[in-house]
Design a protein. Structure first.
Length: 151
């Protein structure tokens, strides 16, 4: 995927109810490189979500982290003060202890701004998959209301 192609997809996402674009591919498939190139070319903020989110969650006791996580993620993105944000390293959203529905969380956030999020997994036959079936973070969605690009 080229950055020009991704820019076109971002423009298409802007007119949707959920302004969410998922960059889907397996680990080490080039998603980070594409997001870095896009950040440089278009001036969109690049957010290493695992890094920033883990730092913010340390401020809260374990028992309230799951409840606070959606607002924390929204605040991280809002702090950029931009209409479009690039989220990389989103794996933390899938951690069972945080009790989140990652796709729904990303959709919710994308109502007020365009989100391009890296998704480690695959998109096959209209089904979005994260992890393998025997993995504790395995998640599968057959109803995906987002634009999906493969890296």
């Amino acid at each position: 995927m080229r950055t020009d192609d991704l820019k076109k997809q971002i423009e298409a996402a802007r007119s949707r109810y959920y302004r969410l674009l998922l960059l889907v591919g397996p680990f080490h498939s080039g998603k980070t490189q594409i997001l870095h190139q896009l950040a440089q070319a278009a001036g969109y903020p690049y957010i290493n979500l695992n890094l920033v989110l883990s730092q913010k969650l340390l401020e809260y006791p374990n028992r309230v982290r799951a409840l606070r996580l959606p607002r924390i993620v929204e605040a991280i993105i809002s702090d950029t003060e931009k209409d479009t944000a690039l989220l990389d390293n989103t794996e933390m959203l899938f951690h069972p202890a945080l009790q989140q529905d990652p796709l729904r969380l990303l959709q919710h956030i994308s109502r007020t701004r365009t989100i391009v999020a890296a998704w480690n997994g695959k998109f096959e036959g209209g089904t979005l998959i994260y992890a393998e079936p025997d993995h504790p973070e395995y998640t599968k969605y057959s109803d995906v209301d987002a634009l999906v690009c493969r890296s």
